[in-house]
Design a protein around this ligand. Sequence first.
Ligand SMILES: *[C@@H]1O[C@H](CO)[C@@H](O)[C@H](O)[C@H]1NC(C)=O
Ligand SMILES: *[C@@H]1O[C@H](CO)[C@@H](O)[C@H](O)[C@H]1NC(C)=O
Ligand SMILES: *[C@@H]1O[C@H](CO)[C@@H](O)[C@H](O)[C@H]1NC(C)=O
Length: 354
Amino acid sequence: MGYLKAVLILFCSLLNLGHGRSVPIDPYWPGDHDLARFDIHYETTPGLPEGLEWNLDVWAPTAPGSYPVMYYLSGDAMGIAGEAYEQVMRHIASYGYVVILPSKTTYLLTPEKKTPEFVKIMSWCEDNLEDFLYQNQLPTDVHLDYQTLIGGAHSAGAHTLVQYLKDNGCGRFQALALMSPVDGVDPFVDWYYNEWVITEGERLNFDIPTLHIAAGLDPAPGGPQHLGGACAPTNQSNDWFWNAFNENSVRWSLNATDFGHVGLCDKAAWEGNTVIGWCAYNHEATDEQFDAYRRFVAGQTVSFIKAVFEDDCRPFINEIEDTSRYIVNATMRRNQEPKTCPHPVCRWRPAIHV
Ligand SMILES: *[C@@H]1O[C@H](CO)[C@@H](O)[C@H](O)[C@H]1NC(C)=O
Ligand SMILES: *[C@@H]1O[C@H](CO)[C@@H](O)[C@H](O)[C@H]1NC(C)=O
Ligand SMILES: *[C@@H]1O[C@H](CO)[C@@H](O)[C@H](O)[C@H]1NC(C)=O
């Protein structure tokens, strides 16, 4: 079996060499990498080095290599545990990325107050995570490339991540993927807290290649019988971010019209869950359609990351821009000329308030 696999891999690499370029991928199905999965609980996991105060879900390729790192900030400003995003994160990592998803349920810290926490988490990871994973069976020839960071976020996780980029000179982030981003503290009590990363009429003080994916039902009322509020009200999400991005950010915005705010999470995580299951969702969609939506979100994210980092961006841009190839109903708009290749760089300048 091992021998057969080795022969097949050799055979495939020869084919690759023959082409002289990378073989096109089908981004809507998982990639070739076998993965190791780590579920680290800061209070209970044995042998953790000091200083970690958040849980970490980690998906890492197991073949020798150095892999770009994607930090993914989950919904509820990092309040939703990584298990809820299992399918999408696994799919992204299977294309050769390490995904790190920090989370903790804490309602005492608002999204902005979590930005310094995120700084501490990243610093803990750089100092400790590789060694800890090696002690827990990750092969020691797998390396986490912290020089190549991709930022990903869902819902109010985007508030924290965008705040980080705004306050920290971009850090080492070179690409940004935001799913149904939400500003403010939450859709229900903002009148009390009033904390925003975006100011109306002002552009953000950095430009970075960006993929934005909205869900069509983000602004629809949720809760029992749709009597509650929207999980992503129009005036604090999606276009609120899209319009604030710096004009120089090469960026795409997709709108998956048939799905709701937490449709990218595994169905088991939100079905019947009164907290995250509150959001409006498509009651008609079949399990296959929900599965297609998660594969769409993951597949578009992979195409976007590859468009940013691979030498030949064109096949990947094509996956983003050619809506006839989509596996769910969705619209697409962009800020730049068609087929513009993004560069892996974030340019930052001090914020100027008007
Ligand atoms: C996405 O599409 C839905 C349904 O057509 C619409 O209600 C919503 O406003 C759109 N969202 C964005 C950000 O354009
Ligand atoms: C968003 O709209 C709601 C309802 O109209 C309003 O109460 C709220 O103040 C608005 N928020 C912002 C930031 O404009
Ligand atoms: C797109 O929407 C149409 C109209 O609602 C529906 O008939 C069709 O099945 C949808 N396509 C996909 C791929 O879900």
